[in-house]
Every structure is written in structure tokens, then in C-alpha cells.
Ligand binder design. Structure first.
Ligand code: GUN
Length: 304
């Protein structure tokens, strides 16, 4: 039986450590603060951001939720970011994505002070990360490394295959795995004979954004599979493709009218030595690492 890597438990342990660090900073008169910017009313974003703000409260961080309307302009957003860059009570700035199409996302992310860029999306942080300098690393990739390390899965010398080359997950997770001395291959939509490459993986990271894309024949038996995908299945046909006959999922689907699947076909997990489930695998780490990054940013900004 493959081992299930419990992301929720690992996230809880990290949040506990962050809370302790927040307490010790409080003794020095420092309270790390996060500004969360949520534009408009995208339901998924609203849920994520509220959860981020709530977690700040739970761990003793200061937070401020800023909610511009979905008609906001790039200039207004740039002014907002400039103000947050200058505020001494704000250590981290999080601009929840996606943004309305009239907003120039790149210009905005580039405007965030790199030392307050707790999402790790600024090119300066991407550069620091790849140069092996202290950097705020993107939260989901950093969470992947925490799951592997805290689960005792060896990385050094292992072949890690990353499927997906996004700036937010694929590229940074590959870089972090490289820094842990893995042999890293990055695959993408143009990779020839993808299955032959993924079958070589000791650690397979799926970050493609397509439901159940990694099928059993793409997995080396005993591999560790990290599934970064979150894909919602809304129709019975989509549901049956992955979960037909799964009693627990049937109940959830009947209740909500949808369920989620990762980028890995659940049948592929059966071949793994260990894997992160969806939900409950990588997902919970994203907020935990955001909290950790905010505390790191607060310390770095004060030269601690
Ligand atoms: N939208 C989906 N995931 C994320 C994330 O990690 N950070 C931000 N800022 N927006 C997101």
C-alpha cells in the first residue's frame, strides 16, 4: 500500500512553529504583518484570501484585507502597492490572482518591493532563488520541499521529474529540488514521449493544470508522486472518468454537485511508494508557507 503524505498534518506542524516564532518576535516588539489584496468577487479567490487572513489571526500575525472593486485600474493598483511598500507595519504583500483583465499583472507584480514579496513572484526573487541566494520562494513549491523533507523522502541524488513549467510552480519547484541535490528534469507540453521520461522519476511532481493527466503507465512503481493540481469536476461524465464506484467521492459529489481531482489519475497513485492526495496534500502547505514567508520577510527586513 502506498504511503499517503498528509499535507494537513505537515501544514499544522509548520503553523505551530510559525506561531512560536511570532511569540518570540513579540518579545522584541515585532509583529509581522500581511496585506492581502483581493480584487472583485471571484468565489475561489474569496475563499483562499479569507483563509489566509484567518490564519494570520490564528498565528498572531497582523493582517489587513484590502478589497478594490473589479473595475480597478492598473494605476490605482500601482498606487496601492506603492503605499504598502512604504508601510512599516506591513512585511508581506499578497495580491491574489487572477486579476481582472484590464490590470497589467506583470507591471503590478514587478512593483511589489522584493523584500515584501511573500508570494515569491517578483523577478528579483526568482533570480535570487536560481542564484542560490536567500530569497522569498513561492509558497507552493516551498511546501512541496517541506512535504518531502518532513516525510523523510530522500531527495539528494534522486531523479525528480517536474511536469509543468509555470513561473509559479514548475520552474521554482525544479530549482528548489536542484538545490536539494536532486537530478531534475522539467517536462512540458512539447516533451517527446513524456511517459518514458516520467517513468524514470523517483520523485514525480505534477503541475500541469489538467485533470488526471498523469496515468498509471507514466509512473515507476514505488515512486513518490507530488500532485500540485486542483481541478474541479462539475459533470457526471467527468466524475465517472476518475471516481466511478468510489463510495466516499460519490457522497461528496451528490452533496456538492462537484468534486476535485489533481493532475494525477487516482489509479496512478496505486503504483506509488508515497503520494500527496487531492485534496489534503500540497494544498494546505500553501497557506502555511505564506505565513512562514511573512515571518521571514519581517525578520529579513530588520536584519535579523
Ligand atoms: N492564486 C492562486 N494561487 C495563488 C497564490 O499562491 N498566490 C496568489 N497571490 N494568488 C494565487
Amino acid at each position: 500500500m502506498p504511503k499517503i503524505l498528509d499535507g494537513a498534518a505537515i501544514a499544522a506542524a509548520i503553523k505551530q512553529e510559525v506561531a512560536e516564532e511570532v511569540k518570540s518576535l513579540a518579545l522584541k516588539g515585532i509583529r509581522p504583518g500581511l496585506a492581502a489584496v483581493l480584487v472583485g468577487h471571484t468565489p475561489a479567490s474569496e475563499i483562499y484570501v479569507r483563509s489566509k487572513v484567518q490564519t494570520c489571526a490564528d498565528l498572531g500575525l497582523f493582517s489587513e484585507l484590502i478589497t478594490p472593486p473589479d473595475t480597478v485600474t492598473t494605476e490605482e493598483m500601482l498606487d496601492l502597492v506603492a503605499a504598502l511598500n512604504h508601510r512599516d507595519d506591513i512585511d508581506g504583500i499578497l495580491i491574489q490572482l487572477p486579476l481582472p483583465k484590464q490590470v497589467d499583472v506583470k507591471a503590478l507584480l514587478d512593483a511589489v518591493a522584493p523584500d515584501k514579496d511573500v508570494d515569491g513572484f517578483h523577478p528579483v526573487n526568482a533570480g535570487r532563488l536560481q542564484a542560490g541566494r536567500p530569497a522569498l520562494a513561492p509558497c507552493t513549491p516551498a511546501g512541496v520541499i517541506e512535504i518531502l523533507k518532513r516525510s523523510g523522502i530522500p531527495i539528494a541524488g534522486r531523479h525528480a521529474v517536474v511536469v509543468g513549467r509555470s513561473d509559479i510552480v514548475g520552474k521554482p519547484v525544479a530549482m528548489l529540488l536542484l538545490h536539494q541535490n536532486a537530478t531534475v528534469t522539467i517536462c512540458h507540453s512539447k516533451t517527446r514521449d513524456l511517459a518514458a521520461v516520467t517513468r524514470e522519476a523517483d520523485i514525480l511532481v505534477a503541475a500541469i493544470g489538467r485533470p488526471g493527466y498523469i496515468t498509471p503507465e507514466m509512473v515507476k512503481p514505488g515512486a513518490t508522486i507530488i500532485d500540485v493540481g486542483i481541478n474541479r469536476l462539475n459533470t457526471r461524465e467527468e466524475f465517472d472518468r476518475f471516481f466511478k464506484g468510489n463510495v466516499r467521492r460519490e457522497a461528496a459529489f451528490a452533496k456538492r454537485g462537484s468534486t476535485i481531482v489533481g493532475d494525477v489519475d487516482p489509479r496512478a497513485f496505486e503504483l506509488a511508494g508515497a503520494y500527496t492526495p487531492v485534496p489534503g496534500g500540497v494544498g494546505p502547505l500553501t497557506i502555511a508557507m505564506l505565513m512562514a514567508n511573512t515571518v521571514s520577510a519581517a525578520k529579513m527586513r530588520r536584519g535579523l
